[in-house]
Design a protein around this ligand. Structure first.
Ligand SMILES: [Zn+2]
Length: 73
């Protein structure tokens, strides 16, 4: 897993906030399948950290793919 650094404001945070999984697009699906199959320990390509300030907003658009979501954030 990546360290918790907000995907919007790049701030490191230790409390509040959290990891958001966006809807997988084709790229993510491929990546994450390979990931499972090969037993990689790492960070899913559709998962991003958000600080307490940005978490709620990101959660609202987590039904979108990351590309769509980041356009609306
Ligand atoms: Zn933030």
């Amino acid at each position: 897993m990546k360290p918790p650094i907000c995907a919007i404001c790049n701030s490191r945070f230790f409390e509040g906030g959290g990891l958001i999984y966006f809807k997988e697009d084709l790229e993510d699906e491929k990546f994450n399948k390979r990931f499972e199959r090969e037993g990689f320990v790492g960070h899913p390509s559709n998962a991003f950290w958000f600080c307490a300030t940005h978490y709620a907003k990101a959660k609202e658009v987590s039904h979108l793919t990351k590309k769509e979501a980041f356009l609306s954030l």
